[in-house]
Write a protein that binds this ligand. Structure first.
Ligand code: PXP
Length: 237
């Protein structure tokens, strides 16, 4: 089974545009779960332009599925995650000013750094995942960091899907096979959408979770949130 975790950052972006509390991110999280989402993802950034740190504390009590907090592991972020204790933390290497995550970890160069941070989260009972590209050496080295899972950075797949889907998925299948062989769980995310999700799911062995934000929330403008969540779920079943 592949779980659908809905990233609700875009709801917060819309809310922040007017400074009030509409649309309400808590309601969005409650509703996504009511409509069948199997998890909620948030990605608080240091400038709080999307989901704010306070949102993360507020959302925690209404989670009935699985809470995944993504982010760059600054000391503020680490403290918040250890306080909130989500089910999973996903570490991304993007600098604070990045528009969106656009690269995975270098698990060779940053192995000791990741090891240390991952063990802090795991001591707090939090499952860890690290955002990563498909290079086989990086995947093998990810296992040495002690992380429970990797999250495959799927933008290159999404970009190439319409050009040649067999070629687009190739390195992801290889990466997943290596991850499975070294005992890493596999998540995936970035630019997954109603066109490319099913083929990804069908071809990636052991895909445990996808986190989807931009496309799902954009589709909800046309389809409504309930329909959008259910259409994504259908692609995964
Ligand atoms: N995974 C990570 C690490 C991300 O940073 C993001 C975007 O915040 C996603 C998944 C979801 O990507 P998208 O919004 O394109 O679905």
């Amino acid at each position: 089974m592949t779980r659908l975790s809905v990233n609700i950052n875009k709801i917060a972006t819309l809310r922040n545009a007017r400074g009030g509390n509409y649309p309400n991110v808590l309601d969005a999280a409650i509703n996504c779960q009511r409509y069948g989402a199997e998890g909620i993802t948030v990605h608080p950034r240091p400038d709080e332009r999307h989901v704010r740190y306070q949102d993360v504390y507020d959302i925690k009590p209404i989670i009935t599925t699985e809470f995944n907090i993504e982010g760059y592991p600054s000391e503020d972020f680490i403290k918040m995650v250890l306080d909130v204790k989500p089910n999973q933390v996903t570490l991304v290497p993007d600098p604070p000013e990045a528009l969106t995550s656009n690269a995975g970890w270098d698990t060779i160069k940053h192995k000791d750094y990741l090891k240390n941070i991952i063990s802090r989260f795991q001591s707090g009972g939090i499952r860890t995942s690290i955002f990563i590209e498909t290079d086989s050496e990086l995947i093998k080295n990810a296992a040495d960091t002690g992380t429970d899972r990797i999250e495959l950075y799927t933008e290159p797949y999404a970009d190439n899907y319409h050009i040649n889907k067999e070629q687009a998925i190739f390195s992801f299948v290889k990466a997943a096979e290596i991850a499975n062989s070294v005992g890493l769980g596999i998540n995936a995310g970035h630019d997954l959408n109603l066109d490319n999700l099913k083929y990804f799911k069908l071809n990636i062995p052991g895909l445990l979770e996808v986190s989807i934000g931009h496309a799902l929330i954009s589709d909800a403008l046309y389809l409504g949130l309930e329909n959008a969540v259910q259409m994504y779920l259908r692609e995964l079943k």
